[in-house]
Design a protein around this ligand. Structure first.
Ligand code: PLP
Length: 434
């Protein structure tokens, strides 16, 4: 298993910072602001409480504190319009552990897992860890796969056990409309009808909704206009998908709580039970104080501060995204604003085949990202680190814009310096999806 490439870049950036160098860090996807004040304040108050101390002093139930599971069920009903009971929910150490649990208890050697190209680094590596194989679904210029592309992949591949759908997507920001999600659901339901009629196991969908609040255009929002409106997922698109779907979500991105490590899965009870058993064997329940913090975040009584936080964040991400697009164009590269998440896949194909100042040719996105961090102090993630089929190449670098405007402005100015060291004339021909 290889280490997480995103954390690898972040480590390089941290080492440079520790050596006193200026670094503009666009690598790890985490909100730069602290966890909202209402959560911090109410947790601080709760810590004086004897009951809370009892909870924090002991092992928490493996599948999650009952109060938190109840509030997760409330959230799924309130924001997603979906009904889940507490025994269909598992609280995990971040969304990451929920994903790993699901793969660990279902995948065997030879199984296939479909995912969009490119996809978040960890899915493919976690799949490989189980001896199974990640398989890419080709995407269009908007980084989305169509229902037809999925149908083709399923038609020739009886080994597919899971389809991962991450909308809005890390790393691309691609976000599916309700209609697109419905068309995907139709394909999965038809496939499962056939599989079940032949006595075979159905294909499952992993719906990773972790960026559901980071949507910047109404047409991608379910209940647009509502302050807590979220993106569409496959069960929202078609309730018949519920038995075949595990929803993955968590506190990290929506509540600026990456450090607390609270995520969750919601899905069929039999699968959730298995995932819980595996979690019980490996790590036990999630840190109790973190679960208490998550419980405050999702408490029905905190609907107003929660929604205010979401809408402030949304407005601020739109500003940052648009600023990145404007400055990146000025630097001679290209980023077309995408409707969700907080990542810019910057098309750096204009630099491919050109010479670095030391005379070496730029062959791929790693060469670009290395030059940016080593010579200009800008940390980005090479596009090639995200999952695509091995025979394909791309020339993007991913920048997380969940950072301050100051870092965005100064960091992209440094990128402009880097580009002009490679392309002395500035902009170049030959751009386009690499
Ligand atoms: N899913 C996606 C697509 C992500 O980008 C991340 C984090 O970067 C996660 C899941 C996991 O988040 P966490 O484990 O912090 O809850």
């Amino acid at each position: 298993m290889r280490p997480s490439p995103t954390f690898g870049v972040a480590k390089k950036a941290a080492a440079k910072k520790a050596a006193g160098e200026t670094v503009y860090d666009f690598s790890v996807g985490q909100p730069s602001e602290p966890t909202p004040a209402f959560i911090r304040k109410q947790l601080t108050d709760l810590i004086g409480d004897a009951e809370a101390w009892k909870t924090m002093s002991q092992y928490s139930p493996v599948n999650g504190l009952p109060a938190l599971k109840k509030n997760i069920a409330y959230k799924l009903q309130d924001e997603n319009g979906l009904t889940y009971s507490s025994d269909e929910i598992l609280v995990s150490n971040g969304g990451k552990q929920a994903i790993f649990n699901a793969f660990a208890v279902t995948l065997q050697k030879g199984d296939h897992v479909l995912m969009a190209e490119p996809s978040w680094v960890s899915y493919a590596d976690m799949v490989k860890w189980q001896g199974a194989e990640p398989v890419g679904i080709p995407t269009r210029d908007d980084f989305k796969f169509t229902a037809d592309a999925l149908k083709m992949k399923l038609a020739f591949n009886p080994e597919v056990k899971w389809i991962v759908i991450n909308s809005p997507s890390n790393p691309t920001g691609a976000t599916y409309t309700l209609e697109e999600m419905q068309a995907i659901a139709d394909v999965v339901l038809a496939e499962n009808k056939r599989r079940l009629s032949e006595g075979k196991a159905p294909v499952m969908v992993m719906s990773d909704d972790i960026y559901e609040h980071m949507v910047y255009e109404d047409k991608y929002l379910n209940k647009a206009g509502d302050k807590s409106a979220v993106s569409n997922n496959i069960v929202m698109a078609n309730p018949d998908m519920k038995p075949y779907t595990v929803i993955i979500n968590g506190m990290a991105k929506a509540f600026a709580m990456t450090g607390w490590r609270v995520g969750y899965a919601a899905g069929p009870k039999a699968l959730i039970d298995k995932m819980g058993e595996f979690q019980g064997l490996t790590t036990s329940g999630v840190s109790a104080i973190s679960q208490l913090a998550a419980n405050i975040a999702l408490d029905p009584k905190n609907k107003e501060p929660r929604e205010n936080f979401f809408s402030e964040q949304r407005a601020s991400y739109i500003q940052r995204r648009d600023k990145v697009a404007e400055l990146i164009a000025d630097a001679g590269l290209e980023f077309k604003p995408t409707p969700g998440a907080f990542y810019a896949m910057v098309d750096a194909s204009a630099l491919l085949g050109k010479k670095l100042p030391d005379g070496k040719e730029i062959k791929n996105s790693h060469d670009i990202a290395n030059f940016l961090i080593e010579k200009h102090g800008v940390a980005t993630v090479p596009g090639d680190d995200f999952f695509i089929e091995p025979d394909k190449k791309q020339s993007f670098v991913r920048m997380s814009y969940a950072t301050s405007m100051n870092v965005i402005e100064k960091g992209i100015d440094a990128i402009k310096g880097a580009v002009s060291a490679i392309l002395p004339q500035g902009r170049d021909e030959g751009k386009g999806r690499g």
